[in-house]
Structure formats: C-alpha cells, structure tokens
Write a protein that binds this ligand. Structure first.
Ligand code: FES
Length: 575
C-alpha cells in the first residue's frame, strides 16, 4: 500500500491522500460527489479538514462524555475556519477487553495510524482516556506524523460511602481485600459497587489513565489543564472547543507530532511520571510512543532521573487526594512550575508557545496541599525504581511510593505460581505453604506468556494471611499492575518467563533477595544449578487460537517491556 499522494507536492484538505483510480482528477471529483451526499457546501469542502476520533462505545463508560466533547471540538474547528470530520476508531475499556486491554493497544494504534493517514485530514483531534487509548493514539499519531492534539476525556468525580471518600479503582481493590478478609459482606459490596465510579470519565486516582493524561500534558501533546479537568465539568467542554481550534493552528503551522515529541519532551514526561508517583504502565506506554519516533528510553537513565525527582503530588494510591483536587490545586501547570529546573521549558506545546508559557500562566492556589513544593516532597526520591539482578537482567520496576518501607530490603522464601490460572486456583487454599515473610512469584504473565501482559502483578495476599491481618508482602512477576494498585510489588521482570527469562527457573523454597536501595533483585541460587534448570526448561504451550489471526500476529511480533510491548514491525527500522 502506498501512502504517497498523486495530486500535488503539498495537498491539503479534501485533496489529501486521494483514492487510487489511476486518474487523480477523477478521484477528487468522485470524492466531492460522494461527500456532497452529506449536504456539505463547496465552501465547507474547501476548508482545512480536522479529523476527530470518535472512541465512544457502550462498552466504555470512561468515554461516556465523548459525544459532548466531539460536539465542542467541532465547534472549535468551525470557529477557527475549518471543517471538522468525525470518524470512528477502536475503543478499549479496561474491564471489557478479553484477555486484556494491553493485548488490543497495538491494534488500536494500527487502526488510528492507518485511518488518520488514509483519510483526508490536515490535523486530528484524538479523543481518548481509558488506560490504553491515549497511548495507542499517540503511537499511531507519531507514526503517521500529521498535526495532532490529544483531548483526554478527563477523570471522574469522587464517590462517597458511609462518610468515606472513594475512588476507582484504588478503593475497589482496598474494599475487595476487606471483603476477602471477611470484613465486608456481599450486600455491602453490592452497595459500594454503585459508589466507586459515580460519573462518566476515567479513574480519578493517579492510575494509568490519569498518569498518561498528565504525561501527555507534560509532553506538550494536549492543552494545559486538559489532562486534569473532571470529565463532567464545563471546563472540559471548553477544553474540547479549544482543542478543535488549536488543531487548525497546528495544521496551518505544520506542527507535527515529531516536532513536539522530542527526546527532551519525553524526558519531561518521564520526570512528571516520577513526580506524580504515577503508574508503572506509564513507562511502558511512553517507551512504545518514543520508540515509534526512533527514541529509545533507557531504563537506567529513567532510574537516575528518579533519584533527582521528588514525588510532589499527593494523590492515591501513593497519597491521599484525587484528580479533581489536583486540578483545582493548579494541575499540571502548577506541578511543572514546582519542578522548576527539572523540566526543559523550551519544549513546544500544542497550545502554541513553549512549556515556559504554560508555567508562566500557572495558577497559584494559596493553602492547597495536593501539589507540594520541592522543599516538602511526599517522597524524596521518585516513585519508580528500576531493578537489575539475576532475576531481571533486562530490568524490572518497583513502585516505591506505593510500597511498604520495611520491605525495601527483604529476603524470603519463594512461593511460585506457574501461571495466572495456577495462582487463582491455589492462592486461597488453606494448605498453601506460605508465611508473611515469603516472596510470592507469578510467572508466564508477561507480553507473550499470558498473552497481553495482564495487570495480574497485584498478586492477592493469600486469604489465610489476609485473615491474620497481613496487608503487604514482596511480590514479583513478569506481569503489569494497575496504576491504581499499591503494595511492594516488582513488575515487568524482563525477559519474561515464557521466553526463558530467569523467572522461569525459580522453584518453591528458593531464596530471593530485594535491595531496592541498591536496585538489586536476585535469586540466591548458584549459577551451576541455574544452568542445570535451564537445560531442563521447556517453553509453555501457546494459548488456544494461536494458529491464526491477531493472536498469531501478537505472539510473533510483540516485544518485551523494555521496548514498550509494541510490535517489532511497527517500530521504525534502525538506520
Ligand atoms: Fe477506564 Fe480506569 S477503567 S480509566
């Protein structure tokens, strides 16, 4: 398939990307004739065209406000003199994607890339929100490289239950753990299920969706404030209108994603990831987005960044507050201002100028305690630490800001689960040989293993220990974890067990040692014994249905966590 345009060197609007009939004039004539069936005038059809992705779906409550956002974005485009054209792409909701939403992220990225390249548009407004959607859209936009602006759907408002403030989905997990421990009844769980997600929009803790929205703002790819305004507020609608107008300016200036998403812009986004105590998924997604532009995210540099960057935002699951509180405390512009020289303010924003302009306009809210100054951080070092060692030669990730300080140096006996099914079957058995000092190990849950690298890294505390009041244990896997989860949990052990990574060699009773300060994660088994085990290892069977279709493509092409779990063939060829 060719992506060249036959009409002129720089075709615009309706003339872009003509369908190939061997006669460019006829192609344009036919296109105009068909689109006029929708009632457009010649004046409208001669305007710059802004595509607007419609990711509304009845299966996706995080995108429940998309129709209102589209209407406002269209208004913004028209006020700026352009023609808005809405079109559908895949929509993915966390809880409605089997086997995982991550399995489908790259499919959505392909859909987004090809549809914004195939259809005639001078710029595109990418409306996304639920965890994998904005990463998919930015991956696609980076590869297509036409002017683009992200419009997040925005976070939900908080819920309330018996005097407590609740948020999806940190409190979903906390209350479920109480239920497992026998402290909440079925009836109470039914009642609370109607309180945890009280409005349309994305999870309102600093989970993956909020993390990605904040990082996108720091990256310069959405308007200031657009990452944090609640989904249901009037300001969200105004942000949509402004995004539509901004898209026209981006088109006029030829401001493509590759001009905004520079290496320094990614460093800004990763600095923010540390400063917000953000989701571990943020690293995987932005590694994938950067990879589309040929920019490698080096794990060790990210870890060093973490030593300098304090956690300044006090949001669940690392802290106390919720996204609406962060927004009204000044949101991302205030955070960027507080981060000071840790941010490269010369980087561009889709808002027009640079991040220096964004910071200059930041609101100062007296008395707020959600965004701390650097002199009084929540945590001195950043939220995420990269571990190396013989259990993760390609790296593993620990969210220190949500972990138990007493477990930062810990040695214990391995209790191994061979798969998610194995874990589900045995974790609550009364005869499971486990104590609070042990290390729970889950394997074959990585990119290829599960497949789709599910958010299974939040291994539940075995029921018999939960009933004794055990709240946290050291847990290790090659899986991911929801950004809304908390605990001393080592994730993304690379390479994964399913391709023979060292996690595959661990046996029940082995000693494992974590030293977070030294950034080490080691299996205390000698090299000779490990070599013996490796010679006996056989890869796990492929899942049902692996002989064809998207699953086959996924298994053949998916990369490891340190390459963003993107498909190898979607990354640009190295010169
Ligand atoms: Fe969509 Fe949490 S489920 S953002």
């Amino acid at each position: 398939m060719s992506h060249e345009n036959p009409v002129s060197d720089v075709p615009k609007g309706l003339r872009k990307g003509l369908t190939s009939y061997g006669d460019a004039g006829f192609s344009l004539f036919l296109r105009r004739a068909f689109i006029k069936a929708m009632g457009y005038s010649d004046d409208a059809l001669d305007r710059p065209i802004v595509g607007i992705t419609n990711t509304y779906s009845d299966f996706n409550p995080c995108h429940g406000n998309v129709p209102d956002l589209i209407a406002a974005a269209k208004r913004g485009v028209m006020l700026a003199g352009g023609l808005p054209m809405e079109f559908p792409t895949i929509s993915i909701h966390e809880s409605f994607a089997h086997p995982t939403s991550m399995f489908l992220r790259n499919l959505m990225a392909m859909d987004t890339e090809e549809m914004i390249r195939a259809q005639p548009m001078d710029a595109v407004v990418l409306i996304g929100g639920c965890d994998k959607t904005i990463p998919a859209q930015l991956m696609g936009a980076a590869s297509a490289d036409i002017p683009a602006i992200v419009l997040p759907t925005g976070p939900m408002l908080v819920g309330h239950y018996k005097g407590e403030v609740l948020g999806a989905c940190t409190d979903c997990r906390r209350l479920w753990a109480k239920h497992r421990a026998g402290d909440m009844t079925e009836a109470e769980m039914d009642e609370v299920s109607g309180r945890l997600a009280p409005t349309k929009g994305t999870c309102m803790v600093m989970g993956t969706a909020s993390t990605v929205a904040c990082m996108t703002e720091a990256l310069g790819m959405c308007l200031p404030g657009a990452g944090t305004v609640p989904a249901t507020h009037a300001d969200r609608i105004r942000a949509a209108e402004a995004s539509g107008a901004a898209a026209i300016r981006l088109a006029r200036d030829g401001m493509t994603p590759s001009r905004i998403m520079t290496r320094a812009a990614f460093t800004n986004a990763l600095t923010v990831l540390q400063a917000i105590g953000g989701s571990t998924n943020g690293l995987i997604h932005f590694t994938a987005i950067a990879g589309r532009l040929g920019i490698d995210i080096d794990l060790d540099s990210f870890d060093r960044l973490g030593l300098d960057v304090p956690v300044l935002v006090d949001l669940k699951p690392s802290g106390q507050h919720y996204m609406e509180h962060f927004h009204w405390a000044g949101g991302m512009p205030r955070l960027l201002a507080e981060l000071g020289d840790l941010i490269d303010l010369t980087q561009h924003s889709v808002a027009g100028g640079t991040l220096a302009d964004v910071v200059a306009a930041a609101e100062y809210v007296p008395g707020q305690d959600v965004i701390r100054p650097r002199s009084a951080p929540i945590h001195q070092g950043g939220g995420l630490a990269v571990l190396r060692g013989n259990l993760a030669p390609g790296g593993a990730l620990l969210k220190r800001s949500a972990a138990t300080p007493a477990l930062m140096v810990h040695e214990g006996r391995a209790v191994v689960f061979d798969s998610i099914e194995d874990m589900t079957t045995r974790i609550d058995a009364d005869d499971l040989d486990v104590t609070a000092d042990d290390v729970l190990v889950l394997r074959n849950a990585g990119p290829k293993g599960a497949p789709g690298m599910p958010e299974a890294g939040y291994i539940p505390i075995p029921r018999k220990l939960a009933r004794q009041g055990v709240k946290d244990m050291l847990r290790i896997s090659d899986a991911r974890m929801s950004g809304t989860a908390f605990g001393t949990i080592v994730l993304h052990a690379t390479p994964e067990a399913a391709i023979g990574g060292p996690l595959a060699l661990v046996r029940d009773g082995d000693r494992i040692r974590l030293d977070a300060g030294a950034r080490r994660l080691d299996l205390l088994v000698n090299a000779e014994e490990l070599a013996n085990r490796r010679s006996e290892w056989t890869p796990p069977a492929e899942p049902l249905g692996a002989e064809r279709g998207y699953l086959r493509l996924f298994l053949d092409q998916v990369t490891q966590a340190d390459e963003g779990v993107d498909f190898a063939f979607l990354r640009p060829k190295k010169p």
